[in-house]
Design a protein around this ligand. Structure first.
Ligand code: PLP
Length: 394
């Protein structure tokens, strides 16, 4: 009979390939009962047999078996020593920026997710942490913005919504020269397509609300630390103090989402490529932002560091009226915030994801009122195109 492992042994499946590891996780089966689906341990606290003896769990803010399985699985998939599951992507990024001290400086991608902008501008900014936004796809610009007190380079790649691509290895090399940390928000591509820790980054963050969960049914976030025990301890201390850990039910939803990550990403990737090519042929479309176009300015970097292009496309149409008509007339496709789920969604970045980005910054970047972003789902691609066609040209 197979000897089931206990909660302390895990990652016994090192020989498996990535796709198999998403399915089988860290422990995979629950060690005591053999349950194939890791149960939702809906318990706040854990009984101790006697003084000084513990099952490894004490109180669910610190550790919970369902959360531990998700955290270990994410550490395995990204290639780090420790993972952490948060109540949202925002909470995950809040924890990462808490590694900075007053007087220190962080460089961030210029068209970064609006919520991340808010964290650094409105929250940590008031605690004396300095920041500069820079085009991370331009390494000379990155070097030019380095200050003596720069301690972190926070990279989103591809960026949201302009699909600029940063060379993770090159950015991490610059960070290492000055003793700063490299953090990559890997939400858009997931470890299936891009593994920043293997490219030199120190920390990866995710909004697992998006592709990792994959079904638009839970808000959650992930941090994975590559190798530094002190950083991992600081992130754990942040969770313990802020209570921003992910609840067991939601951990289970993300674990379930992960099992199909590879097949979903393949379909997102395949569909997005066809939709991007179709969009490019439309008279009312002025520009399509998609990292899979061979004439994308960062295409070489993309080919070097990723194994797929993902499901995200942005596009500018000929007028505000066309943008409004698309948002009103789509039927199967939904006008809704978020991305990365099975359903195709269209968003209006200027008033949704990037509402808090200053107007002049948005204008400079090209996030205008005729700019749309689409998360291409896993429906039949002809249905997605037909719906867009009707909404845009009908
Ligand atoms: C959605 C998103 C976030 C924030 O995550 P939530 O789960 O919504 O809190 C952070 N970064 C990126 C790139 C995102 O798309």
């Amino acid at each position: 009979m197979k000897n089931f492992s206990n909660y302390t042994d895990y990652d016994t499946k090192e020989q498996l390939r990535f796709e198999s590891r998403t399915v089988h996780g860290a422990l995979g089966t629950e060690p005591l009962t053999g349950a194939v689906s890791m149960p939702i341990f809906q318990s706040a606290t854990f009984r101790h047999p006697e003084l000084g003896v513990t099952t490894g769990f004490a109180y669910s803010r610190l550790a919970n078996p369902t959360r531990q399985e998700l955290e270990r699985t994410m550490a395995i998939l990204e290639g780090g020593i420790q993972g952490f599951a948060f109540s949202s992507g925002q909470a995950a990024n809040m924890a990462v920026f808490s590694l900075l001290k007053p007087g220190e400086h962080v460089l961030l991608s210029d068209d970064i997710y609006g919520g991340t902008f808010r964290i650094i501008d409105e929250v940590y900014g008031t605690y004396g942490i300095e920041h500069t936004f820079v085009d991370m796809s331009d390494l000379d610009a990155v070097r030019a913005e380095i200050r003596p007190n720069t301690k972190m380079l926070f990279v989103e790649t591809p960026t949201n919504p302009l699909m600029k691509v940063a060379d993770i290895r090159a950015v991490a090399d610059i960070a290492k020269e000055i003793g700063a940390l490299t953090v990559v928000d890997n939400t858009f591509l997931t470890p299936y397509y891009q593994r920043p820790l293997e490219l030199g980054a120190d920390i990866v963050t995710h909004s697992s609300t998006k592709y990792l969960g994959g079904h638009n049914d839970t808000i959650s976030g992930i941090v994975v630390v590559k190798e530094d025990e002190e950083i991992a301890a600081a992130i754990l201390r942040h969770i313990k103090s802020h209570g921003s850990q992910l609840a067991p039910m939601d951990c289970w939803l993300v674990l379930r989402g992960l099992k199909t990550l590879a097949v979903r990403m393949d379909r997102h990737n395949e569909n997005a490529k066809k939709v991007a090519e179709w969009l490019r042929r439309q008279e009312k479309v002025e520009r399509v932002y998609y990292v899979g176009f061979p004439d994308h300015k960062d295409y070489e970097v993309t080919l070097r560091q990723t194994s797929g292009f993902g499901g995200m496309i942005s596009f500018a149409v000929d007028s505000v009226d066309t943008a409004k008509k698309i948002l009103r007339d789509v039927d199967m496709i939904m006008f809704a915030e978020s991305l990365g789920g099975t359903e195709t969604l269209i968003t209006y970045p200027t008033t949704q994801t990037h509402e808090d980005t200053p107007k002049d910054v948005k204008e400079k970047l090209g996030i205008t009122e005729s700019f749309l972003r689409m998360s291409v789902g896993i429906e039949h691609v002809e249905d997605i195109i037909a719906d867009l066609d009707r909404a845009m040209n009908g």
